[in-house]
Design a protein around this ligand. Structure first.
Ligand SMILES: [Zn+2]
Length: 211
């Protein structure tokens, strides 16, 4: 049995789909109990998967990381890509998918608000399952994607924490009075310190004289 189908090239990238994506339709049908709602939900799910992968693609193209292909399967997709030259770029590309999903979540929440008062039954029959997938399922998929394990995006994405910590630690420390600018800024303080040390020296000399 063929495991995946070719969906052609999208934005110049070869895209394939695993048969396991169809499980989403079965799951939606069991959950919603209605063919139309399951179909609408499945299309919304497909859009969500595509948005996630093209979030990676957008980030990869921005950071000049080569992308070789996309495969959609059951719970998530996979973007085959080259390695980024810099660790920061690798982390950015890993976040691309989830960022696209968050953008969709915001749009879906706004649409839910806008359609909340609609009394048209067709609007609710289409928008209901569509927005359910783009909100509740979306949040669930974001959590799955950000699991810090194995092939999940979280594995690379959460490296952002040690990466930033290292960056902060390596930030150049201000050098004491080694540049003209610092001396200029500190002139008043330096004069005060000079006066203070001169005073202290005078005191010591006076005490020695008295002995
Ligand atoms: Zn991803």
């Amino acid at each position: 049995m063929q495991n995946h189908w070719n969906l052609g090239r999208w934005l110049g990238i070869p895209v394939t789909m695993d048969w396991t994506v169809l499980l989403a339709f079965a799951w939606l049908f069991l959950m919603l109990g209605e063919l139309l709602a399951a179909l609408v939900g499945a299309v919304a799910f497909g859009c969500l998967l595509a948005a996630h992968e093209f979030g990676h693609v957008a980030m990869a193209r921005w950071r000049r990381v080569p992308v070789y292909g996309i495969n959609f399967n059951g719970l998530h997709g996979e973007t085959a890509r080259g390695h980024a030259a810099r660790r920061g770029d690798e982390i950015l590309v890993a976040w691309g998918g989830v960022l696209a999903q968050l953008l969709i979540l915001v749009l879906a929440l706004a649409a839910s608000q806008a359609l909340a008062f609609s009394t048209n039954s067709w609007v609710s029959r289409i928008a209901g399952p569509w927005l359910m997938v783009w909100t509740r399922w979306n949040v669930f998929l974001i959590i799955v994607a950000l699991l810090p394990i194995g092939p999940m995006d979280g594995h690379a994405a959460w490296k952002v924490i040690p990466f930033l910590r290292e960056k902060l630690r390596r930030r150049p420390q201000p050098k004491p009075a080694s540049t003209g600018k610092v001396v200029e800024l500190d002139a008043a303080r330096r004069r005060a310190l000079e006066a203070e040390s001169a005073k202290a020296a005078d005191e010591i000399i006076n005490r020695l004289k008295k002995k």
